[in-house]
Design a protein around this ligand. Sequence first.
Ligand code: GLU
Length: 521
Amino acid sequence: VLTVRPGDLLFYTIAEGQEKIPAHKFTTALKSTGLRTGDPRLKECMEMLKMTVKTTSDGALDRHLFKKCVQSNIVLLTQAFRKKFVIPDFQSFCAHMDELYVNAKSMSGGQVADYIPQLARFSPDLWAVSLCTVDGQRHTVGDTKVPFCLQSCVKPLKYAIAVHDHGTEYVHRFIGKEPSGLRFNKLFLNEEDKPHNPMVNAGAIVCTSLIKVMNFMNKLAGNEYVGFSNATFQSERESGDRNFAIGYYLKEKKCFPEGTDMTAILDFYFQLCSIEVTCESASVMAATLANGGFCPITGERVLSPESVRDTLSLMHSCGMYDFSGQFAFHVGLPAKSGVAGGILLVVPNVMGIMCWSPPLDKLGNSVRGIQFCTDLVSLCNFHNYDNLRHFAKKLDPRREGGDQRVKSVINLLFAAYTGDVSALRRFALSSMDMEQRDYDSRTALHVAAAEGHGEVVRFLLEACKVNPVPKDRWGNTPMDEAVHFGHHDVVTILRDYHTQYSPPETPEDKQSAEKNLDGLL
Ligand code: GLU
């Protein structure tokens, strides 16, 4: 039996019939999968590539050299080129995203925040969208390298850190979980004298008193740009009368853990608002939230899955100022916006997105950002309550997860092994591929024949019209199995069927096969 090694497979995939692969051809092909050559997970490969190319006369790699370069990152590279990432057709997905970007770019409404000069100086024309999938596929369009302050976009991050460090129960001794129904900086507590939730200022200030570590931010962003605007910090403090008022009110109502220095906490709060990111680096932060707390590009576990789930829940209900309810209704995704014009958007288990454009609508959300989020969900079935099976009108850029396929083969073969015809009926009805093969190229029919389950064999042949003579990796057919294990009834079924079998090729044949299936079910 011939087995092709992954390195060879990759070579043949990229070489397209040529003897050698030019280095730039490899990096171009790599980028089309969504991976960046600067991805920390590809460090070994890229270093080796650089060194190896120098030793060649033409900058091209033969099979041997190519394998040498890719071998240390072969798993990730194979996944990428075999389209095993969460967005398999990344190029066409990016083209769609660019269209949405252009559409929102033409919007001109809104006001740039001007309560401090550091915000007022931004041009209203700035507009950027960056995304990072849970597999670390990156796409970025517009002014994605301009630093801006997270402002309120930091609130979910520090809440996640607080829950990561202390657990949900402890954090919520101090802070509620309910939308406030009031402006984000209102001087107001809930009936238990706690801030309503960690996404409004009062809750975020209390949350600040619960966290210590700052290098979380770097880890969240996979070590991409995270800076600090001291000027913004100073201005926030000078113009922060309302936040001081909230601080004193919280102190009076004993909202902080015992021994908290309230004014020091306020300073820390203003500092956290003044953390700088770029659209690109923030998209990695969002992707870490989309990926259960694991940074997609470093693979590091930054936050506990529990803390991320809590954070996404509260972003969903409270993240968009007084537009939160409507955003949850129309977009149906967890998000948090900030006064600098950022919207940190999470498509759980798929990707993180940062939208950034300074002009804000009356409720304080980025005008272009809101447009993009709305358009995204009308195009793709990313709304939390979009039905993935029956809502075919929208695009589903996700692949059916690799794990899911493995699971379905296992379920299928197990049902065949145990003779569970009713399970097989259900699989057939949910349009499972009944001819799927396991790693030994064995089908359900092989297994059922070997086990002597005549009813299953008949169902697979007559109702599902599976190929009656598939060969496994030793070249055996279901008939060979039935003979080998002495299941004479199965041999008879297979032989009788074989004499009349013709594969359904025309659409009419397929239709009649389907009718047949209906009848038998
Ligand atoms: N830094 C300002 C504050 O805490 C604005 C935060 C925001 O909503 O982005 O009041």
